[in-house]
Design a protein around this ligand. Sequence first.
Ligand code: HEM
Length: 401
Amino acid sequence: MAPLTSTVPVLDDDPYSVEILTDPYPFFDRLRAAGPGVWLGAHDVHAFGRDAEVREILEDHRTFISGAGVGIVNTHHHPPLRKPGILEVDPPIHTRMRAAMDGVIAPRRLRPRRKDFAAFAKEIIDEVLSTNNGEFDAARLAEKFVLRVFGDAVGIPREGREENLLAQGAANFSTFGPQNEIARRWIASAEGTYDWVLENCAREVLDPSGMGSQIWEFADSGDIDADEATLLVRALLSAGLDTTIFAITNTLRVLSLHPEQYAKIHADPRSVKYAIDESFRFESPFQSFYRTTSRDTVLGGVDLPADTKVLVFPGCANRDESKWGDDAHLYDVSRDAGGHLTFGMGIHQCVGQPISRMEMDALLSAFVTRIAMIEPTAEAEPLIHTTLRSYASVPLRARAA
Ligand code: HEM
């Protein structure tokens, strides 16, 4: 296949190769430098990596729809790789599913959970400081924290979370990109976990005070139907764990590599929220997803006929110099990074953002208050995933304040 616009720049990089997944930033630089939109020959798809075009695609949900799948597969023509949920529906179905989710994840409903998050953060930090001379793995710490506090907030049983939810989340995100060797491996490693998730999302198993049960209340009042409620509870689990675990892991890693930045938030723990946004901007955990054109259109000088898949890279847009300045490639917790695209934009912008932020704020506020310094004790091991970005292991040493 070839692009319709003959002048569109062509790149032969494969963004789903191990090399680029290990370190995507040189590719991102080439992508932004090549033009507003490029043709990726490796997958016969138009890709966008500059802030302006990624933002425009995500904000214009009528032209760039989600209903044909937000992965590489056009589900108007091919069977979907997973049952389409809230992410992959357009209005009006999206509107009512979203209202239920927004109702459950509203900051006012979440606030009472903050003290449980803070209490568990304290427990985890006590453990870091009292064992192994302060040596710990940031990836394991993030898993432990999110599995407990987020799992409890949803209201699913504690037993079996670790064995099932991590693999299930990673497998779910493996359906966004091409089904290459990397994606197939993640999907194979999740075998059997799907049944556990289904059983433990059932209404009768959910804790009545959790977000899962609250979604069912929207079904009771007729706002959504039972199938939609099931899909929404599953969406909480498949979209909410790995992303936040990886965000915490990435944040601790980048802070350990920038001791002068860590020192700033240690000196002023109230500035943690700025560090969180800068970390989201700097290392987006959710790297790439798709839209499909509903009509012929032109974007950044690129002709896009109706029914064309477009690939967006929010983490690439987050380092666009025309938006963030010449130092876009630098990690600076003093920056106002609030306008990043890590949570997307427009009607599908991440509905879980408030809880994710609350988890990170509870953990990092306690962390930077009690811990004066973190340093790497060995090289971090990248986690190779076609859609998510993080590290399988980040060995660090903490020194108490
Ligand atoms: C740092 C953590 C997170 C990141 C980076 C992230 C990222 C994203 C992004 C980029 C989107 C938009 C995708 C699109 O436009 O196609 C999205 C949507 C979504 N996220 Fe998150 N997410 C995070 C945490 C969570 C959490 C904790 C939950 C659950 C409580 C969650 C649930 C969802 C759902 C259900 C949607 C679909 C919203 C819709 O279609 O209206 N996410 N997320």
